[in-house]
Design a protein around this ligand. Structure first.
Ligand code: SF4
Length: 233
């Protein structure tokens, strides 16, 4: 049985030799990984330019998270359920909160730490949610010196819980995106829009105006040439 008060054990793991690349001041929001995995420009608009367009999807997602954003802990059938758990990785340069971390003692004497991320809607065709979940697991591994082999995504519509195996490919993609986020943050430049099918599901489409940049640039060039020719007459 997990001992009451185990929440306090979510602190530093000091035994392992881990090469930390970042300091606390360098850490970027872990939640940004899902935006970056979806579209680099979306991440930049939200996290560099602080633009955020409320859509029905984001509003409902916020409402769903509201229930797991309140820190606390309770027991469910011998499992300690921690809510809104602060996490961070100095190796990846990320910090944030895990919606839920379940702590259970296994029959073999090991203790399992299992992140559970709550999502509105149904599973997506891309790996955005899985990347965010994997990043939470990597944070826990670094903080606690444990291995998190799998974690869960809970979808609200329909209500179901899916297990995600944190394999080498998912870990590599998560680490690549974390490094890319740090690079984009250092460069402080929003990538140009690359219009695609997913723009229609993007809450920032009205602000981003994908495709308009090229038209604006083209009009600007035509206008500039026209003005130059006119003044030379
Ligand atoms: S509208 Fe398209 S290009 Fe712009 S941020 Fe959204 S997904 Fe990216």
């Amino acid at each position: 049985m997990v001992a009451p008060g185990s929440r306090g054990q979510l602190g530093e793991h000091v035994g392992a030799r881990v090469h930390f690349m970042f300091t606390e001041d360098d850490l970027l929001p872990l939640s940004g990984l899902q935006h970056l995995a979806f579209c680099e420009r979306q991440w930049a608009l939200i996290h560099l330019e602080q633009q955020w367009a409320e859509s029905r999807l984001t509003a409902e997602g916020r409402e769903l998270h509201g229930r797991t954003d309140e820190p606390g802990e309770h027991w469910e059938e011998g499992v300690l359920v921690l809510r809104a758990v602060p996490i961070r990785s100095l190796r990846l340069g990320l910090s944030g909160k895990a919606d839920v971390v379940e702590v259970r003692d296994l029959p073999n004497g090991a203790r399992e730490f299992r992140p559970v991320e709550y999502k509105r809607g149904r599973p997506k065709p891309d790996r955005c949610d899985e990347v965010q979940l994997c990043a939470q697991a990597l944070c826990l591994e670094e903080m606690l010196g444990v291995t998190v082999a799998s974690a869960d995504l809970f979808y609200a519509q329909p209500r179901r819980r899916l297990t995600v195996i944190l394999d080498a490919a998912l870990r590599a993609e998560t680490e690549r995106l974390a490094a890319r986020m740090q690079q984009l943050f250092r460069e402080r430049a929003a990538p140009a829009a690359v219009p695609s099918e997913k723009c229609r599901a993007c809450s920032l489409e009205g602000l981003c105006l994908p495709g308009a940049g090229r038209r604006r640039a083209s009009r600007y060039l035509q206008s500039a040439v026209s003005e130059a020719l006119h003044s030379a007459e």
